[in-house]
Design a protein around this ligand. Structure first.
Ligand code: HSE
Length: 307
């Protein structure tokens, strides 16, 4: 195989109480990439459509993640990459992670899969380092493994795959403003109170248990974030109103997707997820903010070959 086309899913990470550790892959929105083996060494971004992003290899997350894989491999050639962005940069649904994971996943496939998924996570994290200054894994892990993933530890890197309840749907609304992950990380406090810590790890344990047990009520009451959301939500217009209408319309819970400005809700069943989407739209229609809405089942496969 000399060339491959892949779908690279959007991801929600953080999920409320799981700051920097818990994420999930979506299937209704994602980028597409074509990766080709070349005799010429190195990585080249030969096409980039849909977003105004750098094409220089060392300035592009797919280029940097790809180079990390290439350096670790014994392959003597290189790769050309075409990127078709459908996920807007700075939207909070893993735009950079989609590009960096798509690149390393496709290259690994073209090389006969010499690297494990965990190794691919490490290569893709180099793309996240370029995008936000921090090599976090909460977006790249679910894009590569599919479903929900927990980063139990960063040193050593330990990723736990978590099952996805059958009827769980995500509704994501993306107000058309850009919030840079690097900026929304700078405003966070670097210490927390024991009281907040106790609430946060109680909820994270509850959320993981709820996902394993397919206990939707437990998932819902665990979708709380006492540490990051109170600070970051100030950057997102209408956040409190969106959260309130989501819950009123049957969502299990609602929070900031990644570093924002997207807001996500989880619901049991597609009908509820759509109703929640309508209620979210009404809030932004009233305020007069442009937005995109995505209603998505959980993507349990992660990256997929599409040609
Ligand atoms: N966990 C990261 C953050 C993800 O919230 O800063 C950013 O997409």
């Amino acid at each position: 195989m000399e060339s491959i086309k892949v779908f690279c899913p959007a991801t929600i990470a953080n999920i409320s109480c799981g700051f920097d550790v818990l994420g999930v892959a979506l299937d209704a929105v994602g980028d597409e990439m074509v990766v080709r083996k070349t005799k010429q060494k190195g990585i080249r971004i030969t096409k980039l459509e849909g977003q105004d992003l750098p094409m220089e290899t060392l300035q592009n997350v797919a280029g940097v993640a790809g180079l990390a894989l290439l350096t670790a491999s014994d392959y003597d050639g290189g790769f050309d990459i075409e990127i078709y962005k459908k996920i807007k940069a700075g939207s909070g649904i893993g735009s950079s992670a989609a590009s960096s994971t798509g690149a390393v996943w496709a290259m690994n496939a073209l090389l006969g899969k010499p690297f494990s998924t965990l190794e691919l996570v490490k290569f893709a994290m180099e793309g996240e380092r370029l995008a936000s200054g921090v090599a976090h894994a909460d977006n790249v892990a679910p894009a590569l493994y599919g479903g929900f993933t927990l980063v139990r530890s960063y040193q050593p890197l330990d990723i736990i795959e978590i099952p996805s309840p059958q009827d769980l749907y995500a509704t994501v609304i993306h107000p058309q403003i850009e919030v840079k992950t690097s900026d929304s990380r700078k405003i966070l406090k670097t210490t927390l109170s024991l009281e907040d810590g106790i609430k946060q790890w109680g909820n994270l344990g509850g959320l993981v248990a709820g996902l394993f047990k397919e206990d939707y009520a437990l998932i819902g009451r665990s979708l709380e974030d006492h540490i990051v959301e109170p600070i970051r939500s100030i950057l997102i217009p209408g956040f409190d109103a969106i959260k309130a209408v989501s819950i009123e319309n049957g969502a299990l819970g609602c929070g900031i997707s990644g570093s924002g400005p997207s807001i996500f809700s989880f619901s049991k069943g597609k009908n509820t997820a759509e109703k929640v989407g309508l209620s979210m739209r009404e809030v932004y229609d009233k305020i007069g903010i442009d937005y995109d809405v995505h209603i998505s089942k959980i993507n349990v496969e992660g990256i997929k070959v599409i040609a």
